[in-house]
Design a protein around this ligand. Structure first.
Ligand SMILES: CC[C@H](C(=O)O)C(=O)SCCNC(=O)CCNC(=O)[C@H](O)C(C)(C)COP(=O)(O)OP(=O)(O)OC[C@H]1O[C@@H](n2cnc3c(N)ncnc32)[C@H](O)[C@@H]1OP(=O)(O)O
Ligand code: CO
Length: 134
């Protein structure tokens, strides 16, 4: 795991939260992206080496919608940057962690991603991110 790639924050209203985080961080959102496969709209902010990812739900039956229903707005996941996501997935599987997708899947911001079940990480949803090189 190279570094924290982003911290994912679940929000109810993307426009309101984007304005709030632009004020809070003193930085404009540099990318907004729909990830239909996850039922999310995302908005990214750069904070030095790391990023903040705001996530709002586009469909009722989606991870973010369910999270908001259960827990309300707040930190949803921590994403780590990895060199080779398949190598890391194999390492974590061998170590007994439960992966939520068998194969890397397309995430936002030009990444391949995989999620680790929070049950095995002290209740923290962890995401692995590998940059898709041109
Ligand atoms: C990929 C695009 C973008 C990117 O960065 O590129 C994203 O980050 S998209 C982010 C949204 N997508 C995901 O989160 C995919 C992975 N998540 C899942 O597969 C599910 O959300 C899962 C399996 C974590 C939970 O789904 P489930 O249907 O089981 O939800 P429940 O509400 O029944 O919860 C079960 C159990 O898990 C706890 N839980 C749920 N979400 C979280 C969370 N974010 N952090 C910590 N714990 C979480 C929930 O509290 C329940 O625990 P229990 O003890 O049973 O109450
Ligand atoms: Co994420």
């Amino acid at each position: 795991m190279n570094k924290i790639e982003h911290i994912g924050i679940a929000v109810k209203n993307m426009d309101i939260s984007c304005s709030l985080y632009e004020q809070l961080l003193g930085a404009a959102c540099y990318k907004k992206e729909l990830v239909a496969s996850e039922g999310v709209n995302t908005a990214f902010f750069k904070t030095g080496q790391n990023k903040i990812e705001l996530l709002s739900a586009t469909v009722a039956d989606s991870p973010i919608a369910k999270f908001l229903e259960r827990k309300g707005e707040g930190i949803h996941h921590i994403a780590f940057d990895v060199e080779d996501i398949v190598v890391e997935m194999d390492r974590l599987k061998a170590a007994g962690f439960v992966l939520l997708n068998e194969q890397p899947k397309r995430g936002a911001d030009n990444k391949l991603v995989c999620f680790v079940h929070p049950k095995g990480t002290n209740g923290v949803l962890v995401e692995l991110c590998q940059e898709i090189k041109a």
